[in-house]
Design a protein around this ligand. Structure first.
Ligand code: MTE
Length: 283
């Protein structure tokens, strides 16, 4: 089953920024080469090309994911068993980075909800905490340096966000196993949130009653909130969020841009999760 992008007609050609070179009539998937060579994965370095270039030593097999905390059935899952039990579907999702660029990516994976249901959340569980792998010997960005992110990379969702059918655990992209630079062998994809919520190379998923710490929020709490919902009306101190550069379109001289949509275009599916909240305060 392919869960689609929603209405692409939401991109009206008026009111956009001046430097729009190519306006997509319909959203088309970002070329695979851009998806796999323009990455943020700081465990491998800070340049967009570092994750592809410096991940040659990373070994995604064997791999297991510990599911624990406030669940009835804690379990250490082998990756192959996860795939066997929960299957693989293709989901074509928009991906919007807080740095104001975007892609459209065909992921393969399964709903996080299926795994959480199998674990059986206990009454009182309210959040899900995620932890990335720590392997300095295979990940050059984890070997010191000046960069201020702490390892492991950690992320979190409210339990209702985690249970939402759009929330995906991806094990592939374009029908192939995830390459190291995209978060091999398993990563989170939450298409209505900024890309940094999509934690890569997950080793642990823990249910808890406390809002979990998240890597970018720990580093700069005034810049990166816990919720990180895509919102064109709430700017980041360094990036206007009103529009986004479309990676893989435009030219060297003229980037292609489109207006950013509230919840990255998934408002119809997810806005109810945030009813009554002040999205400027809980950014
Ligand atoms: N996960 C880990 N473990 N380490 C990271 O540095 N970067 C995040 C997110 N997940 C990151 C991570 C950021 S900032 C973004 S925008 C997305 O991964 C990028 O995913 P992509 O490279 O597959 O497009």
């Amino acid at each position: 089953m392919a869960a689609g992008l929603g209405a692409s007609s939401a991109f009206a050609a008026d009111g956009g920024p001046d430097n729009v070179a190519a306006w997509p009539a319909a959203e088309k998937p970002t070329p695979l080469n851009d998806v796999t060579h323009y990455n943020n994965f700081y465990e491998f370095g800070t340049d967009k090309s570092d994750p592809a270039e410096l991940s040659g030593s990373f070994k995604p097999t064997p791999w297991s994911v510990q599911v624990d905390g406030m669940v009835d059935k804690p379990k250490q899952w082998d990756l192959a068993d996860l795939q066997k039990q929960f299957g693989q579907e293709e989901r074509l999702y928009r991906m919007r980075c807080v740095e104001a660029w975007s892609m459209v990516i065909p992921w393969n994976g399964f709903s996080l909800a299926a795994l959480l249901k199998a674990a059986g959340p206990k009454v009182g569980a309210r959040y899900v905490a995620f932890t990335s792998v720590v392997r300095p010997s295979e990940m050059p960005g984890q070997r010191g340096g000046l960069f201020a992110l702490k390892w492991p990379y950690v992320e979190g969702l409210r339990l209702d966000e985690a249970m939402h059918p759009l929330t995906l655990l991806a094990t592939g992209v374009y029908g192939q196993a995830l390459p190291a630079q995209n978060g091999a062998p398993i990563r989170l994809v939450v298409p209505w949130k900024y890309g940094f919520k999509g934690i890569k190379s997950i080793t642990r998923i823990t249910l808890t009653d406390q809002q979990p710490p998240t890597s970018w929020n720990l580093m700069a709490p005034e810049e990166y909130g816990f919720y990180a919902n895509v919102n064109p009306a709430v700017d980041h101190p360094r990036w206007s969020q009103a529009s986004e550069q479309i990676i893989g379109e435009g030219s060297l001289f003229r980037s292609a841009r489109k207006p950013t949509q509230l919840f990255n275009g998934y408002a119809e599916q997810v806005a109810h999760l945030y009813q009554g909240m002040d999205l400027r305060k809980d950014f």
